[in-house]
Design a protein around this ligand. Structure first.
Ligand SMILES: [Ca+2]
Ligand SMILES: [Ca+2]
Length: 489
C-alpha cells in the first residue's frame, strides 16, 4: 500500500507547504497523558548547547525540502538516512558518518580506575510505578573489556545520602561499550524491555531503598561507604537542587517536577544534546561525557512531557550485561538499491495516506537499507537505537517523526549490474521495542529490532539483510534521523 512518490507537481508542493506549519500534538503538559495523541498547540522550545568535535558515529539522515536539489549522499559507512516530507525535487542532503571508535578518556588518578572508564549512562529516579520505579545504567567507556576490581567488594552506586544502592561485584567483566544495570526491585517497571537473546532488561543488581527525586547519584571504585569520596568517584550525576557536589558534575541537570512518567535521562549519543532543530551529522562516537551533567544528559519521555529539563519524545532504554552492544564499525549500510538515488524509491518511499491512529497523520516515510555483517562472525541479535531525530515537539518547518513497527514487504529492485533487469527482494520489517509502551510512537533513544535475526537464524559474516524503518509523520518539514547499530555475536 505504499505509494511511492517521485516527483510532485507544483500542486503537490503547495499541499506540502500548507501542511507545514500545522502541528499535530499530543499531551505535553504536566500530567501523564494517556495514549491519545491529539491535543493541540505546542510550544516548542529548542535548545542549543555545545557541540563537540570528534569523528562521527552512526547513521544518518536528513532532508530539507526547501532547498535546491543537491544530493550529497554520504560516504559509505552511512547507515540509515532519510529525509521526510517532501516537495518536489527532493532536496535532500544526506550526510554520513563513519563507524565508531573509542576515544581515550581521562587519565588515571592515583592509580585508581581511570575516570571515565565506567560511567553512568542512563538513569531515572521515578517512573509510572512511582518513586521506586527507578534504575541506574552504567557503561564501559574505557575502550576495552573492564574487569571490576574495587575496594571492599566492588564498585558501589550510591545516592547522595551516602548509602550504596548496589554494588558491581569484583571480578565482573563489563564488555567494551557494554552496560551494567542497577534497578530498584520495589518499583522497576521496565524488566520486560528487550535485551539479548532470550533475556530482558532485568537488573544485574538490585536494591530496595528509594532514591529521592532530583538526588545525586555517583559510582565509586569501592564499596566501603567511608571511602565514598571525590578521590574514589568514577562518575556522578545530580540535579541543580543537589547540594552535595560529590554527587553531580557541573551545576547539575535541571531539577525535575516529579511526575511519575516514563522518562529517563540518557547521555547524548549524537552530539547535539537532544536538539530537535540542529541538523548535520552526529559528532560523537560514544556517550557524551564532558563532566557537565546539564550538557551531557538528555531528558526524554514517552509523552513528550515538559517536566523542567527539556521536552522531547523518546523512550527509556535500560541496558544490562546481556544487552546488544553498539558496533557501528562492524556493519555496513547501503541503499537497498544502489542503482537508484538513496532518496528515491525503493530506497525511500513517501506514503501520503493519513493514518492518525498510527501516528501518521501526514502519512509515512519508509526507509529501506541493506546491512552487511562485517563482524567476522554470526550476528544473532540486531537492533537500532535512535540517537537523533526530528520529532515532537518540532517547531513549524521541522518534521515530527514517529518511528513505528513495520512488517516485511516485497520490493522490486534493479541492483548491479544496473539496467540489466530487476528482481524482487523481501525487505524485513523492524519492531519498536516495548515496554515502555509508546502510544505516540518512538523518538530519541528508542530501539527498533530486526526480529528475523536470531540465535536460530543468525546473519552470517559477510551476509546481508534488507531492512526497513517506518516513520509516521505528524508534521512535515525538514528531518533527520540517526541510528546506532546494536548487536550480539
Ligand atoms: Ca525515587
Ligand atoms: Ca540505555
Amino acid at each position: 500500500m505504499l505509494k511511492s512518490v517521485r516527483f510532485f507537481p507544483l500542486c503537490a508542493l503547495a499541499v506540502v507547504l500548507i501542511l507545514i506549519g500545522q502541528v499535530a500534538v499530543f499531551g505535553q503538559s504536566r500530567t501523564n497523558s494517556s495514549q491519545g495523541e491529539s491535543a493541540k498547540n505546542s510550544s516548542a522550545k529548542s535548545k542549543k548547547r555545545k557541540k563537540k568535535k570528534t569523528s562521527s558515529a552512526s547513521f544518518i539522515v536528513l532532508g530539507s525540502p526547501n532547498q535546491p536539489a543537491s544530493v550529497v549522499e554520504v560516504p559509505a559507512a552511512a547507515k540509515f538516512e532519510a529525509p521526510v516530507s517532501q516537495p518536489a525535487t527532493p532536496s535532500i542532503r544526506a550526510e554520513k558518518s563513519s563507524g565508531i571508535s573509542i576515544s581515550p578518556k581521562g587519565v588515571v588518578p592515583n592509580g585508581a580506575v581511570p575516570t571515565g572508564n565506567i560511567i553512568i549512562s542512563e538513569f531515572r529516579v521515578r517512573g509510572p510505578n512511582g518513586a521506586n520505579d527507578e534504575y541506574v545504567e552504567l557503561y564501559n567507556a574505557g575502550g576495552s573489556d573492564h574487569t571490576v576490581s574495587g575496594g571492599g567488594t566492588g564498585y558501589a552506586v550510591a545516592a547522595s545520602d551516602g548509602v550504596a544502592r548496589c554494588v558491581i561485584p569484583n571480578g565482573t567483566v563489563i564488555p567494551n561499550r557494554g552496560h551494567y544495570l542497577c534497578v530498584n526491585s520495589v518499583g522497576y517497571s521496565l524488566a520486560s524491555y528487550a535485551a539479548g537473546n532470550g533475556t530482558t532488561a532485568t537488573g544485574d543488581a538490585t536494591y530496595t531503598t528509594d532514591i529521592p527525586d532530583n538526588a545525586g547519584i555517583a559510582i565509586f571504585s569501592t564499596s566501603v561507604a567511608v571511602d565514598f569520596t571525590l578521590a574514589n568517584r568514577l562518575d556522578a550525576v545530580g540535579s541543580t537542587s543537589e547540594a552535595n557536589t560529590n554527587y553531580k558534575e557541573g551545576t547539575g541537570y535541571p531539577a525535575l517536577t516529579p511526575f511519575s512518567i516514563n522518562y529517563s535521562f540518557y547521555r547524548d549519543l549524537c552530539g547535539k544534546s537532544g536538539s530537535i532543530t540542529t541538523f548535520g551529522p552526529c559528532t560523537l562516537t560514544g556517550p557524551k561525557d564532558t563532566n557537565n551533567n546539564a550538557a551531557d544528559f538528555v531528558f526524554v519521555d514517552t509523552n513528550g512531557t515538559s517536566a523542567g529539563a527539556g521536552q522531547r519524545l523518546g523512550s527509556p532504554g535500560p541496558e544490562n550485561l546481556s544487552a546488544p552492544i553498539e558496533r557501528n564499525a562492524s556493519v555496513a549500510v547501503t541503499a537497498l538499491d544502489v542503482c537508484v538515488a538513496a532518496a528515491s524509491p525503493p530506497n525511500r518511499v513517501r506514503d501520503f495516506a493519513s493514518d492518525p491512529a498510527n501516528n501518521s497523520t501526514f502519512g509515512t516515510l519508509d526507509i529501506r537499507r541493506t546491512l552487511t555483517n562485517n563482524t567476522g562472525g554470526n550476528v544473532t541479535r540486531l537492533r537500532f537505537r535512535i540517537i537523533d531525530i526530528t520529532t515532537f515537539p518540532a517547531p513549524s518547518g521541522i518534521a515530527d517523526l514517529r518511528p513505528r513497527t513495520s512488517t516485511d514487504v516485497v520490493v522490486t529492485v534493479d541492483r548491479p549490474p544496473c539496467g540489466s533487469g530487476t528482481s524482487n527482494v523481501t525487505v524485513r520489517g523492524t519492531t519498536l521495542e516495548e515496554p515502555p509502551s509508546q502510544p505516540n510512537g518512538g523518538g530519541f533513544n528508542t530501539s527498533m529490532s530486526a526480529p528475523t535475526v536470531t540465535l536460530g537464524t543468525p546473519l552470517a559474516n559477510g551476509a546481508t539483510i534488507d531492512l526497513r524503518l517506518l516513520l509516521g509523520i505528524q508534521q512535515t518539514g525538514n528531518f533527520k534521523i540517526y541510528f546506532n547499530a546494536e548487536l550480539l555475536p
